[in-house]
Design a protein around this ligand. Sequence first.
Ligand SMILES: *[C@@H]1O[C@H](CO)[C@@H](O)[C@H](O)[C@H]1NC(C)=O
Ligand SMILES: *[C@@H]1O[C@H](CO)[C@@H](O)[C@H](O)[C@H]1NC(C)=O
Ligand SMILES: *[C@@H]1O[C@H](CO)[C@@H](O)[C@H](O)[C@H]1NC(C)=O
Length: 928
Amino acid sequence: MAVQPRRVLVGVLLVLLLGLSHWSTHFSAPVLDPKRHAIISKCRNLHTLPGPPPNFHARTQSDRFVPGTQPYLLTNAKIWTGRNNGTEILDRGDILIDGGLIKFVGKVKDSLLSQYGPELVVLDLKGAWVTPGIVDMHSHLGDFAVPALDGAMDGNSPKGLILPWVRSLDGLNTHDDSYPTSIAGGITTALVLPGSGNSIGGQAFVIKPRKTAEKSSNAMLVEPPYNINQSFPVLNGPPRWRHMKHACGENPDSIYKVTRMDTIWALREGYNTAKKIQKKQDEFCERVMHNDWEGLGDFPEDLQWEALVDVLRGRVKVNVHCYTPEDFDGLVRLTNEFQFPVAAFHHASEAYLVPDLIKQTYGGTPTIAIFATNARYKLEAYRSSEFAAKILASNGMNVAMKSDHPILNSRFLVYETQQAHFYGLPANLALAAVTTTPAKAMGMDHRIGYLRQGWDADLVIWDSHPLQIGATPLQVFIDGIVQLDEPYVLRKPKSWQSPPEVPNFDKEAEQAVIHEGLPPLDPTSIRSRPVVFVNVKSVLATSLSNEVEELFVAASDAKEALGTAIAVDGRLACVGECRIAALEAAEVVDLQGGSISPGLTTFGSPLGLEHIASESTTNDGEVFDVLSSSGIPEIVGGSGAAIRAVDGLQFLSRDALLAYRSGVTTGIVAPLRSSVVNGLGTSFSLAAAHKLEPGAVLREVTALHAAVSHLVKGSISTQIAALRNLLLLPVEGPLREYVKQILNGDMPLVVEAFGADVIATLIVLKREVESVTGKTMKMTITGAAEAHLLAQELADAGVGVIINPARTIPIIWEMRRYLPGPPLTEHTDVSMLVTHNVTVGLGVWEVWDARNTRFEGAWSLLAAGGKITRSQAFALVSTNVEKLLTGTEVNGHERDLVATQGSGDDLLGFGSKVVAVLSPRRKLVDLF
Ligand SMILES: *[C@@H]1O[C@H](CO)[C@@H](O)[C@H](O)[C@H]1NC(C)=O
Ligand SMILES: *[C@@H]1O[C@H](CO)[C@@H](O)[C@H](O)[C@H]1NC(C)=O
Ligand SMILES: *[C@@H]1O[C@H](CO)[C@@H](O)[C@H](O)[C@H]1NC(C)=O
């Protein structure tokens, strides 16, 4: 074969550039076969680590630039750049955006601007905060598309435990309803991981969720290792990072019915297979490098294992879903046995208990990517701590907050880091935890995660400091492209432009470690002495008719203006200016400018009937399905059975105590949703030790709970037929008594329904029943995602709603027309319903979330943008919930109150910590 001089020249240049010692010694052969050349190049590149080309930041245009995009100049911005460990803040700075890149950050010079004509759009941000776009390093956007439909469930392959060859890209649905809503929360980049049903779930991909002209999955990718017309990583030049998902513990075990022993063996076996291929490749290349071609054959390769071989070559960011010490132990051993690094441990609920173990991972300490308070849903998450982020950071570990979208809605990923900050993660690290830290862990920090010249123009302009609760984007840029059309802007007070002053939780964090994740949570009860609260900023309590009312508000934050409150037997005896001279024996609690507000009420999760969701022996269990062929056994009462939640109550779950410590004093719970008729709800005190304690059970039976939705069996029309018959035909058995109360209007019928069509049918059913009985029936809708579409009709029918979950993610089809609120819509579902005079409450779906009820109240208040009052926001998470679910008037003077300490904030803010519960009905004050 003729030698082409140009090719030899290229070969020589390549040798010089790469400084190849082996090659130069053997470069005597004048003839170079192109096939051999390709093999040599492949062998040379085998050990090259991924990363951007050295001249990457010299780029003048992004590879994701969309021609025609206008350049932007943002002026007067308060810029958190991500640099200097997240401490660099540029006050009143400018950001110039062009070519999909950040062209300048700081005080932009006229000489730079003079290059631009009238096409430059100038936005005066008037001091608003700007951060890099939010980066979510654990997402299933596109692979578990929303609403969840069988036709778009592509996150977990059922084909085996070890699947390094499957790719999340291949399931990436381009029509996920979550893309625009995630962007509305500031998400600009997400690592889309396969699910955790396998030990190796497959390869992961980095996406940007914006619309693309191509409308393809491929066009969403950021620095994919290969392009649309090939399936193998590009061989020339520095390779790009690849990403892979691994999982250990309960998820693979439960799906494949194997043990932890099997899953770790499956990993070792998989890695051993890859290792053998790697060895063959290395031996092959060793011979190539020695110009020893005799009988060499083809490069050893295996399509199924090439990605795992790349892991062994350190060219893959491995993301491991792993919770507990035994699982970390297994993984750390695996990384040392096969010598590959791990980018991040995800979920990692007990990582904060074993930092030294994690640090023994081969190749360096992985980033820990966690939730803030989502915990205890299964055994391996039982010892999770809200202080984990703080503790891990203080051990010098990198902490990222992640959504696991749609497990948590990635629209609210910033809320996760706000909570981590509330519980002690320093502010600079909290902002980094959703920007620079995940960008680094993904090997993408050369282009995302910072506001720096030459980085991708992904950024968020905020309506308040991003660590303030309710912080909402005013605008989001991805690749320099404006994402929000006519965003609805909330006006926030000036004080919200600084980070919140959060309470100190050092002692609690220490206790979490000492007690290995199970610190004692029980309060100290003061029964016989008065408790005097001093330095009180405000007292919000409930009137006799159970309306939230202001009893005292200090004229200012000045110490002289602050008031006093005295509780005797758990009851407020004096508020404002109280004489405390005579109370020597009293317990004194300094609220330091804090407040007293109504204790909150939780509904919607199985709190009170459940300790660990996935452990059946820790729960009340499911009620029989009346619509199944076997129905409810006769000894239980057949279809006339009266299943009462009160009979299954379990007190002192950790989630109940944690909620109590967060100001939730009352729970209302119904038997678990499993059929159209589920049974009778009950209300109880979250801190009582057991049912027989005075004040433990507030109302044995509160309401009859039904469900009409596709979360239970039977068609919607069948379920409605069952309800109609229950109400209008004679009922045999103990349920008859309760149905009579419902028909008389004495007890509410509470129906879980999400879609507007079902809700409309329920309004018709209510009319139908009332026309027969001639009496007004009380009906409450829970779930209620689409209730806002019928706001007037609900008001006219006198039907109230509990929006559950609050801040819905429309996980099922019947929720898809929910109202997302600002910046996407002016109204939220709450503000729409409240302005129509519908009585509204808020609920949570899962027991761990009950503790966040106070923050749900805050979110609703802030997102309503002035359309609801602070008292109404309190009512959403307290009195309204009770009205809607018990239908009886409660004496508001018997209601629990909660005292918070710190910075003039009440329960609805990040500035305060709950320090006491005043309980008239239990005749005590609990101190924490
Ligand atoms: C980064 O910030 C954290 C918390 O503010 C601090 O503890 C840590 O030492 C800082 N790291 C560096 C390298 O400055
Ligand atoms: C391969 O795909 C890229 C886009 O990723 C395109 O620019 C290029 O022209 C394609 N090459 C071939 C040979 O089709
Ligand atoms: C709601 O109630 C208020 C006060 O009773 C009334 O002024 C208002 O018109 C009502 N709004 C609607 C939409 O019915």
